[in-house]
Design a protein around this ligand. Structure first.
Ligand code: APR
Ligand code: PHB
Length: 383
């Protein structure tokens, strides 16, 4: 088989890249290790910046997001039970689950996606004719292509195929995770609540007006089996303002899992004709919900680079992709790290560190400039 761009991974990055290229008449094949249902079963964040909304719209897959998504114009920050709303001013975000974004992109795709592709391996990425081999239904296949887009997430094969000597990686692993619960009950508030508490961070989020998503910070040594629904709700309530805790509508969890927190960047996102985008290239902790938004920014830049190559014969976009994407990646890394540092309890924080966190909260509470800066970062920096 032959294609122009072989895309590894059918998460939001791979699917959006495929859609943008399809709209420009560029051939793609997507190879995905899991089944479509498995991909759709993963629960992840769902706060879209304006740039991500615009991209979904431009890709012709924005209709359901605009019909069913919830526009938010602020968030609540809670510090030891004291709540302050941060108004986004003239900015906004769209609360629309990543699962729904993925479903819309899957449904809109006309070109081939090979699900349950095993043993995907990349060959000759630094030559003129890269190839991708894989096994499907017991048979081995090979795809010849011009370029390979590695959109296969943090544990994928693409980054692992780059020579270690060409990669520079930057990483911070946080000493805790987020225990998340999905529940078919209306959200406790109209907007998201990010709560700092001496017992640890908590987040009240939502998927719709009838489905909520809640998180509490836990040590990575915790086991999800040890967290009954009751224990989770008690811990969440203990970290919220008393009025909010009293208003919480609890119910049986429909999903419960613990996710680690990590900051990670692999530079320079390129090896010959192989390019990395999305979680394959970088991870942000979920505080601030930048992961999906960054992935969307990466693939827009990569799609534009491929379009310039095929339409105008220009390699400038391809050569500039890593620099363009990395500028935004590092700004999002900074904001996610900062928001994580402000809101979580760290084993090493100590009394001084807690007072600094309190001062940071007070600055945000009282300074219009700090609030504008927060809103700019949370809702999406200009391109
Ligand atoms: N071969 C083929 N597919 C693979 C392989 C492989 N060896 N390894 C991983 N994959 C697939 C995964 O099964 C997954 O469906 O690549 C896909 C990567 O998708 P995501 O992990 O969703 O990553 P990405 O598309 O970059 O989306 C970024 O996801 O993790 C969140 O916070 C992150 O919201 C952000 C978004
Ligand atoms: C979520 O709804 O899952 C969510 C929302 C905001 C975040 C992280 C996760 O910052």
């Amino acid at each position: 088989m032959r294609t122009q761009v072989a895309i590894i991974g059918a998460g939001p990055a791979g699917l959006m890249l495929g859609k943008l290229l399809e709209m420009s008449g560029i051939d793609t094949v997507i190879l995905e290790r899991k089944s479509a249902n498995y991909v759709l079963g993963r629960i992840r964040a769902g706060v879209l910046e304006q740039g991500a909304m615009d991209l979904l719209d431009a890709a012709g897959v924005g209709a359901r997001m605009y019909a069913e998504g919830l526009i938010h114009t602020g968030i609540d920050l809670s510090f030891d039970g004291e709540v302050h709303r941060i108004d986004f001013g003239d900015r906004k975000v769209m609360v629309y689950g990543q699962t729904e974004v993925t479903r819309d992109l899957m449904e809109a795709r006309k070109a081939e996606t090979i699900y349950e592709a095993e043993d995907v391996a990349l060959h000759d990425c630094d030559g003129g004719r890269p190839r991708v081999s894989y096994r499907h239904a017991g048979e081995t296949h090979e795809i010849e292509c011009d370029f390979i887009a590695g959109c296969d997430g943090f544990h994928g094969v693409s980054r692992a195929s780059m020579p270690a000597s060409d990669l520079r990686t930057y990483e911070r692993v946080y000493p805790f995770g987020w225990l998340g619960v999905l529940v078919d009950r209306p959200p406790v508030a109209d907007e998201l609540i990010y709560a700092h508490h001496e017992r640890g961070f908590a987040l009240c989020s939502m998927r719709s007006k009838s489905r909520s998503r809640y998180y509490v910070q836990v040590p990575m040594t915790e086991k999800v089996e040890d967290w009954s629904d009751e224990r989770f709700w008690d811990e969440l309530r203990a970290r919220l303002n008393p009025d909010t805790a009293a208003a919480l509508k609890t119910g049986p969890s429909i999903e419960k899992s613990i996710a680690p927190l990590r900051s990670f960047v692999a530079e320079p996102l390129r090896h010959g004709r192989l390019f990395l985008a999305g979680d394959a290239a970088h991870i942000v902790p979920p505080t601030g919900a930048k992961g999906l938004n960054l992935a969307m920014h990466d693939v827009r830049a990569l799609a534009e680079a491929f379009m310039a190559f095929y339409r105008k014969g220009s390699s400038a976009g391809i050569d500039g992709y890593a620099d363009r994407a990395l500028k935004r990646i590092w700004l999002a890394e900074r904001f996610s790290w900062w928001m994580t540092s402000l809101l979580h309890t760290f084993p090493e924080t100590g009394a001084f560190g807690r007072r600094i966190q309190r001062a940071e909260f007070d600055y945000l509470r009282t300074s219009e400039v700090a609030q504008r800066s927060f809103a700019e970062n949370y809702c999406g920096l200009p391109d």
